[in-house]
Design a protein around this ligand. Sequence first.
Ligand SMILES: [Fe+2]
Ligand SMILES: [Fe+2]
Length: 284
Amino acid sequence: MNVEERYIADVDRLIPRPDIALDVLCLAQDSSSSVAELAKKIEQDPNMTANMLRMANSSYFGHMKEIASLQDIIVRLGLDMVKILAITSASAGILTSPQEAYDLEPRALWNHSHACSILAEIIARYAKLENHYTVYTAALLHDIGKVVLNKPLLAACAVRKTDKKFSSLLELERFMLQTDHARVGAALLAAWGLPDSITIPVARHHSAGGLKPNRLDVKIVSLANFLVESIGIRSLMPADFHFNVDEFLRQNQGSPEVSSFSANMASIMEEFFNRFSGTDMILA
Ligand SMILES: [Fe+2]
Ligand SMILES: [Fe+2]
């Protein structure tokens, strides 16, 4: 058993596997499954059903006509959107608790993760990447390892006092726990049966360079994480968000991963701020 497997070995009590959401992802992937089958699966979880309807009717989607049923969601918004709504709803339950070892108050990790997923999906679309849904999911779950490591990290820091200065959170995690939240998160998602297209961006969200072949999806998730951190979404109210597009472009001039969408950075950030500030009701 490697270090990551050890940390996720008895994680079930802490983070129950989101069975229904994962089944929904599988069913929506399978071209032979029907709309009725999919709706039946989602209805097994009344919370998820209510969440999905609330999200589908939010300003985020801007629909004029009310979406009244799951069938409506599936038919009018399409399968990719069903997958996004299902995994978002399941993740909201997992990511809202406080993570004391990381100084994250209730909802802070959720706000950060959800902001990342919206931004990553928009960038993926502008960069003409095919699988927006996968990038969205990876960005949504990129820090799930923090939920696994919160307690072990608290305990380790209490026992092992040190004056050592850590240049990053990852360095602290590796020193105390011999692994980090990116690796543990990816191991958990792999154990839940999620594919490489999701686990690799999660594993590499703090170290997107040097991958062969070059992976734009990994870079987008990593960039979305960095941008959301720099805007300060964890603690600010939407009205206080600021992002200086010119400054960003100046700093990233010539960076190959940014060149595919940099010309649209102003539109990307505008769409992001509009969509993100319209999603507060998801946890209502
Ligand atoms: Fe992270
Ligand atoms: Fe993050």
